[in-house]
Design a protein around this ligand. Sequence first.
Ligand code: IPM
Ligand code: MN
Length: 378
Amino acid sequence: MKDAGYRIAVLPGDGTGPEVIRAGRQVLDALAEGAAAPWSVEEYEAGATYYRDHGHEWSPGSEAAARSADAILLGAVGWPGVSLPNGDIAGAGLIFGLRFGLDLFANVRPCRLYPGVRHRVSGEWKQIWTPDNVDFVIIRENTEGLYTPIRGALSRGGETEVAVDTRVITRKGAERVIRYAFELAKHRGRGAPEDHRSRVTCVDKANVLRGCQFFREVFEEVGAGYSGIDREYAYVDAFTQWMVRNPEHYDVVVTTNMFGDIVTDLAAVLQGGMGFAAGGNIGAQHAMFEPVHGSSPKHAGKNEINPFATFAAIEMMLRWLGDRRADVRMTEQADRLERAIVSVLGTGTARTYDQGGTVSTTGAGDLVAEAIRSGARR
Ligand code: IPM
Ligand code: MN
């Protein structure tokens, strides 16, 4: 392996994207001080506002650079009123261009409640869920399902009469994402908080949809090869209530694209909000990591957005590079970042606006960067 290091392509994107990325870079810089930090960071302009100003989504050379990088860190894409000529959101060329273009088939979304993080329900702070009972991972299929670009509308005489989206489930698509889920359950090893059993839950709508019946068949086939891991099924509608009522039952959950999109936003509530929800879009050769919250135009430009989802996404990225390259330096860096996140949140004082506090985005970056530095000095 070359020791010039891993090339990390950073795409700040739109709205709050550049703000969380700035805080993320504070954290990456702190990790790089005086320790083994075998990476270089390259930042590129691209996204909806870039499209609005320049007429294309990617700045010159940025798409090729992102595609050839060792890992991609994405802030967020999308801006109100800016869309592509075909009606897609501007920024789709980044998020879907990379998910499909780099074949990032597994969208891995951990649902973990950190100590010190709270929930606001009807305007009040409540401790409904606890760190002891929220620790599972949802794997969302990321390259087919209802997001398959086989869709269209029939317009006659200027009037749209019908619109169709085609939900595609392939053996290849199902097989690899389900295998990813079982491998993850094996690798996590700790099982569900409830009983410490390793378990993969297949979330589908197999009582109605043919594609989901097929997804289940493949789940059964793949799962049969993992003797130490429990297999179970949940219809997606029932799953939403079980996940909220008994999150401790879940270890790894695997589901199709659109269901995964929906249930992961609900799962973010268990984590204390979208401000803590991180995701990795993982393929066989490439991966892109992102906070799940999107560009949040309402909060953009205020330096108030919660950057912890981005910190968690960076941790996932470092860990993925460490695992994939069997590079213990990267795994150690991921561990350092995780310890810093946990210690800062654990004080209960690093609260951004969404947690009822006044800590700014860069302020949270300072706190985590400082925790990284003092951890290194210990
Ligand atoms: C997500 C987002 C995207 C999706 C949007 C921004 C297109 O909601 O990553 O969950 O639908 O996949
Ligand atoms: Mn979503």
